[in-house]
Design a protein around this ligand. Structure first.
Ligand code: CA
Length: 140
């Protein structure tokens, strides 16, 4: 499972990436919206964790492009923009989930698990989803 974390606050980006790496995901980090845009269309990722206030390219513009090119791409918005209208526009643009800062790493992990599990179920790969369940149980 490959995840791209797009977040310009480097310490936060690295913290999220290291945390998810401990959960056995392969994680790439990106501190700039335009660079993220380039990478996304070269390499496939199972999930993109996307900040909205980004240099290079705004997160919502990036989301628009992702949706136009890759309707199946899973995107979780992670943003300090916490108003109802921000959340609604993010979800309307096709984000699969929206988490506001400040947040708990445990909650982020849980949401990541849910999004990636949903993908497994959609693909109907029962053995893979069973494996994820086993992993989740081991952690308890
Ligand atoms: Ca930011």
């Amino acid at each position: 499972m490959r995840i791209l974390v797009v977040e310009d606050e480097q310490l936060l980006c690295d913290g999220i990436a290291e945390d998810l790496e401990m959960e056995k995901y392969t994680v790439d980090r990106c501190y700039d919206g335009a660079e993220a845009h380039e990478r996304l269309f070269v390499d496939p990722y199972d999930l993109v964790i996307l900040d909205l206030n980004l240099p290079g390219m705004d997160g919502l513009d990036l989301l628009r492009e992702i949706r136009a090119e890759r309707p199946e791409q899973k995107v979780l918005i992670l943003s300090a923009r916490a108003s109802l209208s921000d959340k609604v526009s993010g979800l309307d643009l096709g984000a699969d989930d929206y988490l506001t800062k400040p947040f708990d790493l445990e909650e982020l992990e849980a949401r990541v698990r849910t999004l990636l599990r949903r993908e497994y179920i959609q693909k109907n790969t029962v053995s893979a989803s069973d494996k994820m369940k086993e992993n989740a149980e081991e952690k308890m």
